[in-house]
Design a protein. Structure first.
Length: 543
């Protein structure tokens, strides 16, 4: 029986909670899977509140009538939205907001280069120039407070960026030129193979894998540094490893304050290097092939346009350039904002944790992540208060126990009330059609190609390492942190997303077959031999 829109969603017995705002229970709340798949501590929840507050603040530039909302419920992130105007005004307001976003999107390159990137780099410089070790308690507290103000400013800029506008505008114009039945796969080929920070990282990791000494080809650990230093080959590898970490080590196994970066723990990088040595997917070759295919497709389309008016051809070239910039910024903003900024904030909060540990307020510096930001600031201000210390100790212990408890369960996908048919999660595909034959699962095509391999079924990036060359990665969703594994994987199956989502776009760049298949982990067993058909959008269970 289908649930009626607006009907209360029953709360599972193992997920009890109380709505802090009575109005919240009248809204639909979707669990945020893509960026926040795991339960997180208090400070991690505060980080995501700041991200969503930046999204809310960005509405002043577009006038979007939908206020984005976020709730940290039982250590998981749930998101919703509230209409801020009367329902009969919504359509007109949406149209105005889209027009304003389009105006900004037309100038996205200048806005990024002249305003947004310089501001981000300014904050990075301020963070990097602050001496965390020499700072007094008062100076550190002030720096922490400023850091969270800067974080809000950065995420406001992030959501002003609207990096998807260029691709949409170009696609719409292509359909205008060639008709609604135009082959949109041609559009995809015209915007692929562009240099980004993501592709540069993948190529740098591949180059580094060629330098791993032969005796460490199958396994290598950070503890091997002393052994590596004994040879010229090993020393050269360590120098290049440190250069790679300096450039790209602000990433981690996932994205958020609570996750260690590669600089802190390079073991994920070392695992991937060994996987790269036996991988069939050379990212440099894949990128070159994508670039060549793009240029060939562009030449073919430009030939078709020769009979069109000059104004139409000029418009095509202008929107093509805009689409290229937008595609590059979809990746590059991750480098500058999602990773470079977040890693600095983590480093500062760890420094605050070390300060509180030395003062005896917390037992270890990482316990700072179980405090909310206002509690961290209060602790830095009242570090001598014995009663305050006892309260903090009790809060941390309680929150550690809750995090452990809720990390062991699967939370509901939705809370509040059932959504209207057009408000269901856009990133969760419909259930696949019944198979035409035994062992055939139908999903949605995401990246072309056919791959045969053993399934590696994982819930988190940590579970995917070390990934054997040619294994098919099967997971709920992938974020930018998964990208380096695409050079090792034979194929990719996700339960959420769409043809234009991050994982599908990057899978195409690495030229690995990808399919979106709802409940994939329920149908596919770990180690099972499967065939992924990224053209047909199917998965075949071979054995």
């Amino acid at each position: 029986m289908t649930a009626q829109p607006g009907a209360p969603i029953p709360v599972p017995e193992n997920f009890p909670f109380t709505w802090q705002d009575p109005q919240d229970k009248t809204l639909t709340w979707h669990r945020e899977y893509t960026h926040c798949p795991e339960a997180m501590p208090a400070l991690g929840g505060d980080f995501w509140r700041t991200v969503w507050n930046g999204m809310d603040r960005s509405r002043e530039y577009s006038g979007d009538p939908h206020q984005p909302l976020l709730r940290w419920i039982n250590n998981y992130i749930y998101i919703g939205a509230r209409l801020t105007i009367e329902p009969d005004e919504e359509e007109a307001a949406n149209k105005r907001a889209e027009e304003l976003r389009g105006i900004f999107g037309e100038k996205i390159q200048a806005q990024w280069q002249d305003e947004i990137l310089p501001k981000i780099q300014g904050h990075l410089d301020r963070w990097d120039s602050f001496d965390l070790e020499a700072a007094t308690t008062r100076q550190l507290r002030s720096h922490v407070a400023k850091t969270w103000d800067w974080l809000l400013e950065i995420w406001t800029l992030h959501f002003r960026l609207n990096a998807s506008h260029g691709r949409k505008a170009f696609t719409d114009y292509y359909k205008e030129l060639f008709g609604e039945g135009a082959d949109l796969d041609i559009v995809r080929r015209m915007v692929q193979g562009l240099p980004t920070k993501t592709t540069a990282m993948g190529q740098a990791l591949w180059d580094l894998s060629r330098l791993v000494p032969a005796e460490f080809a199958e396994t290598i650990a950070d503890e091997n540094r002393a052994v590596l230093k004994r040879s010229a080959e090993g020393t050269d590898f360590l120098v290049k490893l440190d250069e790679f970490l300096a450039a790209y080590g602000h990433r981690g196994n996932h994205w958020g304050l609570q996750y260690p970066t590669w600089v802190e723990d390079p073991s994920p990088v070392l695992n991937m290097l060994c996987g790269y040595r036996s991988a069939d997917h050379n990212p440099k070759a894949a990128f070159a092939a994508q670039t060549a295919e793009r240029e060939q497709t562009l030449n073919e389309v430009r030939t078709q346009l020769r009979g069109y008016p000059q104004a139409a051809r000029d418009r095509f070239e202008k929107l093509l350039g805009l689409a290229h910039v937008s595609e590059q910024l979809r990746e590059d903003h991750n480098f500058w904002i999602d990773y470079s900024c977040t890693s600095r904030v983590r480093r500062i909060m760890l420094a605050a944790g070390c300060h509180l540990a030395r003062a005896g307020i917390v037992r270890s510096h990482e316990e700072v992540f179980h405090l909310h930001i206002d509690e961290v600031l209060a602790a830095l201000a009242d570090e001598a208060d014995v009663n305050h210390r006892l309260q903090i100790e009790q809060r941390i212990e309680h929150r550690q126990n809750r995090l452990k408890k809720f990390s062991s369960i699967e939370p509901p996908a939705r809370l509040g009330v059932e959504p209207k048919p057009d408000e269901t999660e856009s990133d969760i595909p419909k259930q696949p059609l019944p198979p035409d034959e035994p062992g055939l699962l139908r999903g949605q095509a995401a990246a072309p190609g056919i791959a045969l391999g053993r399934a590696r079924v994982v819930n988190t990036l940590t579970g995917a390492q070390p990934l054997a060359s040619g294994e098919i990665l099967v997971t709920r969703s992938t974020g930018p942190s998964f990208t380096p594994l695409f050079a090792i994987a034979g194929g990719l199956i996700t339960e959420t997303g769409g043809p234009l989502c991050h994982c599908a776009v990057i899978a195409r760049e690495y030229r690995i077959a990808s399919v979106i298949l709802a409940d994939a982990r329920q149908h596919i067993g770990n180690g099972q031999l499967i065939e992924v058909d990224g053209d047909a959008g199917t998965v075949r269970l071979v054995e």
